[in-house]
Ligand binder design. Sequence first.
Ligand SMILES: Cc1cc2nc3c(=O)[nH]c(=O)nc-3n(C[C@H](O)[C@H](O)[C@H](O)COP(=O)(O)OP(=O)(O)OC[C@H]3O[C@@H](n4cnc5c(N)ncnc54)[C@H](O)[C@@H]3O)c2cc1C
Length: 442
Amino acid sequence: MGPLVDVVPSSDRMPRRAEVVVIGGGIVGVATALALVEKGIETVLLEKGSIAAEQSSRNWGWCRRTGRDLRELALIEASMRMWEGMDARLGRETGFRRHGILYASRDEQQRDRHLRWLEHAREHGFDSRMLSPAEVVERVPGLAEPLAGALETPADGRAEPQKAAPAMAMAAIERGLNLQQHCAVRTIERQAGRVGQVVTEHGAIDCQAVVVAGGAWSRLLLQGVGERLPQLKVLSSVLRTRPLELPIEPCVSLGGVAFRKRLDGGWTIASSATNLVELTPDNLRFARLFLPAYRVEHRSLSLRVGARSFDEAFHWRPGRADAVSIYERLRVLDPAPHAPALAAMIERLRSAVPGFAGLEVAQSWGGLIDTMPDAIPVISPVERLPGAFVATGFSGHGFGIAPAAGRLVADLVTQDEPIVDPRPFRLSRFEDGERIRAQHWL
Ligand SMILES: Cc1cc2nc3c(=O)[nH]c(=O)nc-3n(C[C@H](O)[C@H](O)[C@H](O)COP(=O)(O)OP(=O)(O)OC[C@H]3O[C@@H](n4cnc5c(N)ncnc54)[C@H](O)[C@@H]3O)c2cc1C
Protein backbone atom coordinates (compact mmCIF):
# COMPACT_ATOMS: atom_id res chain seq x y z
CA MET A 1 0.00 0.00 0.00
CA GLY A 2 1.14 3.53 -0.75
CA PRO A 3 1.58 6.31 1.83
CA LEU A 4 -1.47 8.01 3.33
CA VAL A 5 -2.38 11.03 1.23
CA ASP A 6 -4.45 14.04 2.34
CA VAL A 7 -7.99 13.43 1.07
CA VAL A 8 -9.56 15.76 -1.51
CA PRO A 9 -13.34 15.58 -2.08
CA SER A 10 -14.60 15.27 -5.67
CA SER A 11 -16.99 17.85 -7.11
CA ASP A 12 -20.71 16.97 -6.91
CA ARG A 13 -21.72 16.97 -10.55
CA MET A 14 -19.96 15.44 -13.53
CA PRO A 15 -20.12 18.07 -16.30
CA ARG A 16 -20.95 17.16 -19.91
CA ARG A 17 -18.78 19.90 -21.41
CA ALA A 18 -15.69 21.94 -20.52
CA GLU A 19 -13.10 24.08 -22.24
CA VAL A 20 -10.25 21.84 -21.08
CA VAL A 21 -10.15 18.30 -19.68
CA VAL A 22 -7.00 17.28 -17.79
CA ILE A 23 -6.41 13.51 -17.50
CA GLY A 24 -4.47 12.51 -14.38
CA GLY A 25 -4.61 13.79 -10.80
CA GLY A 26 -0.89 13.54 -10.04
CA ILE A 27 1.01 16.69 -9.22
CA VAL A 28 1.53 17.54 -12.90
CA GLY A 29 -2.16 17.28 -13.79
CA VAL A 30 -3.11 19.16 -10.63
CA ALA A 31 -0.56 21.95 -11.22
CA THR A 32 -1.84 22.25 -14.81
CA ALA A 33 -5.46 22.42 -13.66
CA LEU A 34 -4.56 25.04 -11.03
CA ALA A 35 -2.78 27.20 -13.62
CA LEU A 36 -5.71 26.86 -16.03
CA VAL A 37 -8.41 27.86 -13.53
CA GLU A 38 -6.24 30.77 -12.41
CA LYS A 39 -6.32 31.91 -16.05
CA GLY A 40 -10.13 31.72 -15.92
CA ILE A 41 -10.41 28.56 -18.09
CA GLU A 42 -13.31 26.16 -17.42
CA THR A 43 -11.44 22.97 -16.48
CA VAL A 44 -12.32 19.41 -15.46
CA LEU A 45 -9.71 17.12 -13.88
CA LEU A 46 -10.31 13.38 -14.22
CA GLU A 47 -8.50 10.86 -12.05
CA LYS A 48 -9.10 7.09 -12.22
CA GLY A 49 -8.08 6.59 -8.56
CA SER A 50 -7.56 9.48 -6.16
CA ILE A 51 -5.38 12.60 -6.11
CA ALA A 52 -1.66 11.75 -5.94
CA ALA A 53 -2.17 8.03 -5.29
CA GLU A 54 0.61 7.04 -7.72
CA GLN A 55 4.08 8.63 -8.15
CA SER A 56 3.11 12.02 -6.73
CA SER A 57 2.72 10.77 -3.16
CA ARG A 58 5.41 8.07 -3.34
CA ASN A 59 8.41 10.21 -4.20
CA TRP A 60 11.23 11.47 -2.01
CA GLY A 61 9.92 15.05 -1.93
CA TRP A 62 13.11 16.71 -3.15
CA CYS A 63 12.76 20.02 -4.99
CA ARG A 64 16.10 20.06 -6.70
CA ARG A 65 18.11 22.27 -8.98
CA THR A 66 21.28 20.37 -8.06
CA GLY A 67 22.66 18.34 -10.97
CA ARG A 68 19.69 19.00 -13.23
CA ASP A 69 19.81 18.41 -16.94
CA LEU A 70 20.83 21.73 -18.54
CA ARG A 71 17.69 21.70 -20.71
CA GLU A 72 15.58 21.86 -17.54
CA LEU A 73 17.41 24.63 -15.68
CA ALA A 74 15.09 27.47 -16.71
CA LEU A 75 12.00 25.41 -15.84
CA ILE A 76 13.26 24.26 -12.44
CA GLU A 77 14.36 27.81 -11.60
CA ALA A 78 10.83 29.05 -12.36
CA SER A 79 9.44 26.18 -10.28
CA MET A 80 11.60 26.97 -7.26
CA ARG A 81 10.31 30.55 -7.32
CA MET A 82 6.77 29.18 -7.38
CA TRP A 83 7.43 26.76 -4.48
CA GLU A 84 8.65 29.72 -2.44
CA GLY A 85 5.23 31.38 -2.59
CA MET A 86 3.17 28.18 -2.84
CA ASP A 87 1.73 27.95 0.70
CA ALA A 88 0.64 31.59 0.55
CA ARG A 89 -0.86 31.07 -2.92
CA LEU A 90 -2.81 27.99 -1.80
CA GLY A 91 -3.57 29.07 1.75
CA ARG A 92 -2.33 25.60 2.78
CA GLU A 93 0.77 23.73 3.93
CA THR A 94 2.75 21.83 1.29
CA GLY A 95 5.70 21.27 3.62
CA PHE A 96 8.04 23.27 1.38
CA ARG A 97 11.25 24.19 3.20
CA ARG A 98 14.56 25.45 1.81
CA HIS A 99 17.22 23.51 3.68
CA GLY A 100 19.45 22.63 0.73
CA ILE A 101 20.31 19.45 -1.12
CA LEU A 102 23.63 17.71 -0.92
CA TYR A 103 25.09 15.03 -3.23
CA ALA A 104 28.20 13.32 -1.91
CA SER A 105 31.14 13.04 -4.30
CA ARG A 106 32.31 9.53 -3.55
CA ASP A 107 35.37 9.53 -5.79
CA GLU A 108 37.36 11.87 -8.03
CA GLN A 109 35.39 10.92 -11.15
CA GLN A 110 32.09 11.90 -9.55
CA ARG A 111 33.67 15.06 -8.15
CA ASP A 112 34.80 16.02 -11.68
CA ARG A 113 31.23 15.59 -12.98
CA HIS A 114 29.94 17.76 -10.14
CA LEU A 115 32.54 20.42 -10.90
CA ARG A 116 31.59 20.48 -14.58
CA TRP A 117 27.91 20.89 -13.71
CA LEU A 118 28.82 23.71 -11.32
CA GLU A 119 30.17 25.78 -14.20
CA HIS A 120 26.69 25.74 -15.77
CA ALA A 121 24.97 26.34 -12.44
CA ARG A 122 26.99 29.51 -11.91
CA GLU A 123 25.91 30.84 -15.33
CA HIS A 124 22.33 30.52 -14.09
CA GLY A 125 23.14 32.28 -10.84
CA PHE A 126 22.49 29.19 -8.68
CA ASP A 127 24.08 29.18 -5.23
CA SER A 128 25.50 25.64 -5.78
CA ARG A 129 29.02 24.94 -4.51
CA MET A 130 31.48 22.17 -3.70
CA LEU A 131 31.87 21.30 -0.02
CA SER A 132 35.10 20.03 1.47
CA PRO A 133 34.95 16.72 3.40
CA ALA A 134 35.00 18.71 6.67
CA GLU A 135 32.07 20.88 5.52
CA VAL A 136 30.09 17.75 4.63
CA VAL A 137 30.50 16.50 8.21
CA GLU A 138 29.22 19.88 9.47
CA ARG A 139 26.03 19.32 7.44
CA VAL A 140 25.78 15.59 8.28
CA PRO A 141 27.08 15.31 11.87
CA GLY A 142 28.44 11.86 12.67
CA LEU A 143 29.10 10.93 9.05
CA ALA A 144 31.39 7.96 9.34
CA GLU A 145 32.67 7.35 5.84
CA PRO A 146 35.32 9.16 3.81
CA LEU A 147 34.10 11.30 0.91
CA ALA A 148 35.86 13.43 -1.69
CA GLY A 149 33.42 16.27 -0.81
CA ALA A 150 29.88 17.06 -1.93
CA LEU A 151 27.88 19.18 -4.34
CA GLU A 152 25.49 21.41 -2.40
CA THR A 153 22.74 23.83 -3.39
CA PRO A 154 21.65 25.61 -0.19
CA ALA A 155 18.52 27.16 -1.73
CA ASP A 156 17.14 23.81 -2.90
CA GLY A 157 14.48 22.27 -0.73
CA ARG A 158 11.90 19.65 0.01
CA ALA A 159 8.12 19.44 0.28
CA GLU A 160 5.71 16.77 1.49
CA PRO A 161 4.43 14.59 -1.39
CA GLN A 162 1.44 13.40 0.64
CA LYS A 163 0.31 17.00 1.11
CA ALA A 164 1.46 19.07 -1.87
CA ALA A 165 -0.74 17.86 -4.75
CA PRO A 166 -3.84 17.63 -2.50
CA ALA A 167 -3.23 21.21 -1.29
CA MET A 168 -2.96 22.41 -4.91
CA ALA A 169 -6.11 20.48 -5.85
CA MET A 170 -8.10 22.02 -2.97
CA ALA A 171 -7.02 25.52 -4.03
CA ALA A 172 -7.91 24.77 -7.67
CA ILE A 173 -11.40 23.60 -6.61
CA GLU A 174 -11.88 26.87 -4.70
CA ARG A 175 -11.01 28.68 -7.96
CA GLY A 176 -13.60 26.73 -10.00
CA LEU A 177 -12.01 23.40 -10.94
CA ASN A 178 -14.39 20.47 -11.36
CA LEU A 179 -12.60 17.40 -9.97
CA GLN A 180 -13.85 13.86 -10.62
CA GLN A 181 -12.01 11.01 -8.90
CA HIS A 182 -12.69 7.32 -9.44
CA CYS A 183 -13.39 8.39 -13.00
CA ALA A 184 -11.20 6.63 -15.55
CA VAL A 185 -10.78 8.05 -19.02
CA ARG A 186 -11.23 5.27 -21.57
CA THR A 187 -10.36 7.16 -24.70
CA ILE A 188 -10.20 10.53 -26.50
CA GLU A 189 -12.51 10.94 -29.50
CA ARG A 190 -11.90 13.19 -32.52
CA GLN A 191 -14.46 15.46 -34.14
CA ALA A 192 -13.71 17.20 -37.44
CA GLY A 193 -10.03 16.24 -37.19
CA ARG A 194 -9.41 17.60 -33.69
CA VAL A 195 -10.13 16.75 -30.07
CA GLY A 196 -13.89 16.55 -29.56
CA GLN A 197 -14.69 14.39 -26.54
CA VAL A 198 -13.12 12.60 -23.64
CA VAL A 199 -14.94 9.33 -22.92
CA THR A 200 -14.92 8.15 -19.31
CA GLU A 201 -16.43 5.21 -17.46
CA HIS A 202 -19.17 7.64 -16.36
CA GLY A 203 -19.98 9.11 -19.77
CA ALA A 204 -18.45 11.59 -22.22
CA ILE A 205 -17.36 15.23 -21.83
CA ASP A 206 -17.26 17.52 -24.89
CA CYS A 207 -14.18 19.73 -24.83
CA GLN A 208 -11.94 21.97 -26.91
CA ALA A 209 -8.65 20.73 -25.46
CA VAL A 210 -7.35 17.77 -23.50
CA VAL A 211 -4.14 17.45 -21.47
CA VAL A 212 -2.72 13.95 -20.97
CA ALA A 213 -0.89 14.02 -17.62
CA GLY A 214 -1.23 10.31 -16.95
CA GLY A 215 2.25 9.58 -15.54
CA ALA A 216 3.20 5.98 -16.30
CA TRP A 217 -0.09 5.51 -18.20
CA SER A 218 0.53 8.27 -20.71
CA ARG A 219 2.12 5.96 -23.27
CA LEU A 220 -1.01 3.84 -23.40
CA LEU A 221 -3.34 6.86 -23.47
CA LEU A 222 -1.41 8.32 -26.41
CA GLN A 223 -1.32 4.97 -28.18
CA GLY A 224 -5.11 5.19 -28.06
CA VAL A 225 -4.94 8.24 -30.36
CA GLY A 226 -2.29 6.74 -32.62
CA GLU A 227 0.77 8.48 -31.07
CA ARG A 228 4.04 6.77 -30.16
CA LEU A 229 5.49 7.88 -26.81
CA PRO A 230 8.73 6.06 -25.93
CA GLN A 231 8.20 5.75 -22.18
CA LEU A 232 9.21 2.97 -19.78
CA LYS A 233 8.64 2.27 -16.08
CA VAL A 234 11.29 1.81 -13.41
CA LEU A 235 10.48 0.55 -9.90
CA SER A 236 11.99 2.57 -7.06
CA SER A 237 11.65 1.62 -3.36
CA VAL A 238 11.12 3.99 -0.44
CA LEU A 239 10.48 3.85 3.30
CA ARG A 240 9.54 6.25 6.05
CA THR A 241 10.65 5.97 9.66
CA ARG A 242 9.01 6.80 12.96
CA PRO A 243 10.07 10.15 14.44
CA LEU A 244 13.84 10.26 15.06
CA GLU A 245 15.57 13.46 16.16
CA LEU A 246 18.82 14.09 14.25
CA PRO A 247 20.44 17.46 13.44
CA ILE A 248 20.56 16.95 9.64
CA GLU A 249 18.58 19.55 7.71
CA PRO A 250 19.49 19.15 4.00
CA CYS A 251 18.28 16.33 1.77
CA VAL A 252 21.31 14.07 1.40
CA SER A 253 22.38 11.52 -1.20
CA LEU A 254 25.38 9.46 -0.15
CA GLY A 255 25.28 7.32 -3.28
CA GLY A 256 23.29 4.14 -2.69
CA VAL A 257 21.09 5.76 -0.08
CA ALA A 258 19.26 9.08 0.06
CA PHE A 259 17.35 10.60 2.99
CA ARG A 260 15.49 13.68 4.14
CA LYS A 261 13.69 14.88 7.22
CA ARG A 262 9.88 14.78 7.12
CA LEU A 263 7.44 17.28 8.55
CA ASP A 264 6.13 14.53 10.90
CA GLY A 265 9.56 14.11 12.52
CA GLY A 266 10.40 10.88 10.67
CA TRP A 267 12.66 10.38 7.67
CA THR A 268 12.00 9.42 4.06
CA ILE A 269 14.79 7.07 3.03
CA ALA A 270 15.30 5.63 -0.42
CA SER A 271 17.61 3.51 -2.43
CA SER A 272 19.35 5.39 -5.20
CA ALA A 273 21.48 2.36 -6.06
CA THR A 274 18.93 -0.28 -6.99
CA ASN A 275 16.09 0.38 -9.39
CA LEU A 276 14.20 -2.50 -10.90
CA VAL A 277 12.92 -2.85 -14.46
CA GLU A 278 10.37 -5.56 -15.17
CA LEU A 279 10.74 -6.52 -18.80
CA THR A 280 7.60 -5.81 -20.83
CA PRO A 281 6.83 -5.56 -24.54
CA ASP A 282 7.62 -1.83 -24.31
CA ASN A 283 11.21 -2.61 -23.29
CA LEU A 284 11.66 -4.40 -26.60
CA ARG A 285 9.68 -1.81 -28.55
CA PHE A 286 11.87 1.07 -27.32
CA ALA A 287 15.15 -0.82 -26.75
CA ARG A 288 17.14 1.11 -29.36
CA LEU A 289 16.14 4.53 -27.99
CA PHE A 290 16.87 3.55 -24.37
CA LEU A 291 20.18 1.79 -25.03
CA PRO A 292 22.42 4.87 -24.45
CA ALA A 293 20.68 5.59 -21.11
CA TYR A 294 20.91 1.92 -20.14
CA ARG A 295 24.65 1.84 -20.83
CA VAL A 296 25.17 4.67 -18.33
CA GLU A 297 22.67 3.51 -15.70
CA HIS A 298 23.11 -0.26 -15.92
CA ARG A 299 24.87 -0.49 -12.53
CA SER A 300 21.82 0.82 -10.71
CA LEU A 301 19.28 -1.15 -12.81
CA SER A 302 18.21 -4.76 -12.28
CA LEU A 303 16.22 -6.32 -15.09
CA ARG A 304 13.79 -9.15 -14.39
CA VAL A 305 10.72 -10.90 -15.68
CA GLY A 306 7.90 -10.48 -13.17
CA ALA A 307 4.12 -10.40 -12.84
CA ARG A 308 3.88 -7.04 -14.62
CA SER A 309 5.76 -8.45 -17.62
CA PHE A 310 2.84 -10.82 -18.29
CA ASP A 311 0.16 -8.39 -17.17
CA GLU A 312 1.32 -5.71 -19.60
CA ALA A 313 1.85 -8.20 -22.44
CA PHE A 314 -1.67 -9.62 -22.16
CA HIS A 315 -3.87 -6.93 -20.59
CA TRP A 316 -2.51 -3.43 -21.20
CA ARG A 317 -4.44 -2.26 -24.26
CA PRO A 318 -5.70 1.24 -25.12
CA GLY A 319 -9.26 1.76 -23.90
CA ARG A 320 -12.41 1.61 -26.02
CA ALA A 321 -15.38 3.88 -25.44
CA ASP A 322 -17.82 0.99 -24.99
CA ALA A 323 -15.84 -1.46 -22.82
CA VAL A 324 -14.35 -1.60 -19.33
CA SER A 325 -10.70 -0.53 -19.70
CA ILE A 326 -7.41 -1.41 -18.00
CA TYR A 327 -7.61 2.04 -16.34
CA GLU A 328 -10.68 0.91 -14.42
CA ARG A 329 -9.30 -2.53 -13.66
CA LEU A 330 -6.08 -1.13 -12.21
CA ARG A 331 -7.12 2.00 -10.30
CA VAL A 332 -3.78 2.56 -8.59
CA LEU A 333 -0.35 1.33 -9.63
CA ASP A 334 0.85 0.01 -6.29
CA PRO A 335 3.94 -2.13 -6.85
CA ALA A 336 5.56 -3.90 -3.91
CA PRO A 337 8.89 -2.37 -2.91
CA HIS A 338 12.03 -4.35 -3.65
CA ALA A 339 12.80 -5.85 -0.22
CA PRO A 340 16.52 -6.53 -0.85
CA ALA A 341 17.02 -2.90 -1.94
CA LEU A 342 15.35 -1.66 1.27
CA ALA A 343 17.43 -3.96 3.46
CA ALA A 344 20.67 -2.92 1.72
CA MET A 345 19.98 0.80 2.09
CA ILE A 346 19.09 0.52 5.80
CA GLU A 347 22.33 -1.32 6.44
CA ARG A 348 24.32 1.21 4.45
CA LEU A 349 22.71 4.18 6.21
CA ARG A 350 23.28 2.71 9.67
CA SER A 351 26.96 2.26 8.97
CA ALA A 352 27.44 5.61 7.15
CA VAL A 353 25.53 7.72 9.71
CA PRO A 354 25.44 5.91 13.07
CA GLY A 355 22.73 8.32 14.31
CA PHE A 356 20.35 6.23 12.21
CA ALA A 357 21.30 3.02 14.05
CA GLY A 358 18.03 3.06 15.99
CA LEU A 359 15.75 3.89 13.08
CA GLU A 360 12.35 2.18 13.11
CA VAL A 361 10.61 1.58 9.78
CA ALA A 362 7.00 2.81 9.85
CA GLN A 363 6.09 1.93 6.25
CA SER A 364 7.64 1.09 2.90
CA TRP A 365 6.29 1.33 -0.65
CA GLY A 366 7.21 1.08 -4.30
CA GLY A 367 6.68 3.63 -7.06
CA LEU A 368 6.86 3.26 -10.83
CA ILE A 369 8.84 6.08 -12.40
CA ASP A 370 7.79 7.12 -15.92
CA THR A 371 11.06 7.45 -17.80
CA MET A 372 12.02 8.91 -21.16
CA PRO A 373 15.14 7.93 -23.14
CA ASP A 374 16.69 11.39 -22.57
CA ALA A 375 15.39 11.67 -18.98
CA ILE A 376 13.59 14.95 -19.59
CA PRO A 377 9.80 15.31 -19.81
CA VAL A 378 7.50 15.78 -22.75
CA ILE A 379 5.51 19.00 -22.34
CA SER A 380 4.01 19.59 -25.71
CA PRO A 381 1.11 19.85 -28.10
CA VAL A 382 0.34 16.61 -29.92
CA GLU A 383 0.82 17.97 -33.40
CA ARG A 384 -1.20 15.32 -35.22
CA LEU A 385 -4.21 15.85 -32.96
CA PRO A 386 -5.06 19.56 -32.65
CA GLY A 387 -6.38 20.36 -29.19
CA ALA A 388 -4.36 17.59 -27.49
CA PHE A 389 -1.41 18.27 -25.17
CA VAL A 390 0.82 16.01 -23.14
CA ALA A 391 2.84 16.50 -19.94
CA THR A 392 4.59 13.35 -18.87
CA GLY A 393 7.85 11.39 -18.63
CA PHE A 394 9.33 13.42 -15.77
CA SER A 395 11.87 10.62 -15.33
CA GLY A 396 12.07 10.64 -11.56
CA HIS A 397 12.18 14.39 -10.95
CA GLY A 398 8.72 15.73 -11.74
CA PHE A 399 7.68 16.62 -8.21
CA GLY A 400 10.00 19.60 -7.84
CA ILE A 401 9.47 20.87 -11.36
CA ALA A 402 5.68 20.36 -11.44
CA PRO A 403 4.53 23.88 -10.48
CA ALA A 404 6.30 25.46 -13.47
CA ALA A 405 5.57 22.47 -15.73
CA GLY A 406 1.85 22.88 -15.02
CA ARG A 407 2.09 26.57 -15.80
CA LEU A 408 3.93 25.81 -19.05
CA VAL A 409 1.21 23.37 -20.13
CA ALA A 410 -1.46 25.96 -19.34
CA ASP A 411 0.45 28.56 -21.40
CA LEU A 412 0.60 26.16 -24.36
CA VAL A 413 -3.13 25.42 -24.11
CA THR A 414 -4.11 29.09 -23.93
CA GLN A 415 -1.40 30.15 -26.42
CA ASP A 416 0.00 32.71 -23.99
CA GLU A 417 3.71 33.61 -23.88
CA PRO A 418 5.24 30.42 -22.40
CA ILE A 419 6.89 30.71 -19.01
CA VAL A 420 10.05 29.12 -20.54
CA ASP A 421 11.08 27.98 -24.01
CA PRO A 422 9.10 24.74 -24.55
CA ARG A 423 11.18 23.40 -27.48
CA PRO A 424 13.43 21.02 -25.49
CA PHE A 425 10.28 19.27 -24.26
CA ARG A 426 8.51 18.79 -27.61
CA LEU A 427 7.03 15.36 -28.37
CA SER A 428 8.35 15.47 -31.96
CA ARG A 429 11.99 15.30 -30.79
CA PHE A 430 11.83 11.51 -30.98
CA GLU A 431 11.17 11.61 -34.70
CA ASP A 432 12.64 14.88 -36.00
CA GLY A 433 16.29 13.80 -35.98
CA GLU A 434 17.35 15.24 -32.60
CA ARG A 435 20.12 13.23 -30.94
CA ILE A 436 18.38 11.64 -27.95
CA ARG A 437 20.77 11.56 -25.00
CA ALA A 438 20.42 11.90 -21.23
CA GLN A 439 22.85 14.10 -19.28
CA HIS A 440 24.34 12.48 -16.19
CA TRP A 441 25.89 14.91 -13.71
CA LEU A 442 25.23 13.22 -10.37
C1 LIG B 1 10.15 6.52 -5.68
C2 LIG B 1 10.13 7.83 -6.41
C3 LIG B 1 10.94 8.88 -5.96
C4 LIG B 1 10.90 10.13 -6.60
N1 LIG B 1 11.56 11.19 -6.07
C5 LIG B 1 11.39 12.43 -6.58
C6 LIG B 1 11.96 13.57 -5.95
O1 LIG B 1 12.56 13.49 -4.90
N2 LIG B 1 11.82 14.77 -6.54
C7 LIG B 1 11.13 14.91 -7.71
O2 LIG B 1 11.08 16.03 -8.22
N3 LIG B 1 10.51 13.86 -8.30
C8 LIG B 1 10.62 12.63 -7.76
N4 LIG B 1 10.01 11.56 -8.33
C9 LIG B 1 9.25 11.74 -9.56
C10 LIG B 1 7.89 12.36 -9.31
O3 LIG B 1 7.22 11.66 -8.27
C11 LIG B 1 7.09 12.28 -10.60
O4 LIG B 1 7.85 12.79 -11.68
C12 LIG B 1 5.80 13.07 -10.50
O5 LIG B 1 5.08 12.72 -9.35
C13 LIG B 1 4.98 12.79 -11.74
O6 LIG B 1 3.71 13.35 -11.56
P1 LIG B 1 2.59 13.05 -12.63
O7 LIG B 1 1.42 13.85 -12.24
O8 LIG B 1 3.16 13.21 -13.99
O9 LIG B 1 2.33 11.47 -12.50
P2 LIG B 1 1.57 10.60 -11.39
O10 LIG B 1 1.76 11.13 -10.03
O11 LIG B 1 1.97 9.21 -11.63
O12 LIG B 1 0.05 10.82 -11.73
C14 LIG B 1 -0.55 10.33 -12.92
C15 LIG B 1 -2.01 10.13 -12.59
O13 LIG B 1 -2.74 9.89 -13.81
C16 LIG B 1 -3.80 9.04 -13.47
N5 LIG B 1 -4.30 8.39 -14.70
C17 LIG B 1 -3.58 7.64 -15.57
N6 LIG B 1 -4.36 7.21 -16.55
C18 LIG B 1 -5.61 7.67 -16.31
C19 LIG B 1 -6.86 7.52 -16.97
N7 LIG B 1 -7.00 6.78 -18.08
N8 LIG B 1 -7.95 8.14 -16.45
C20 LIG B 1 -7.82 8.91 -15.34
N9 LIG B 1 -6.65 9.07 -14.64
C21 LIG B 1 -5.57 8.44 -15.15
C22 LIG B 1 -3.16 8.03 -12.52
O14 LIG B 1 -4.13 7.35 -11.76
C23 LIG B 1 -2.25 8.92 -11.70
O15 LIG B 1 -2.85 9.34 -10.50
C24 LIG B 1 10.05 10.29 -7.75
C25 LIG B 1 9.26 9.24 -8.20
C26 LIG B 1 9.27 8.02 -7.53
C27 LIG B 1 8.35 6.91 -7.99
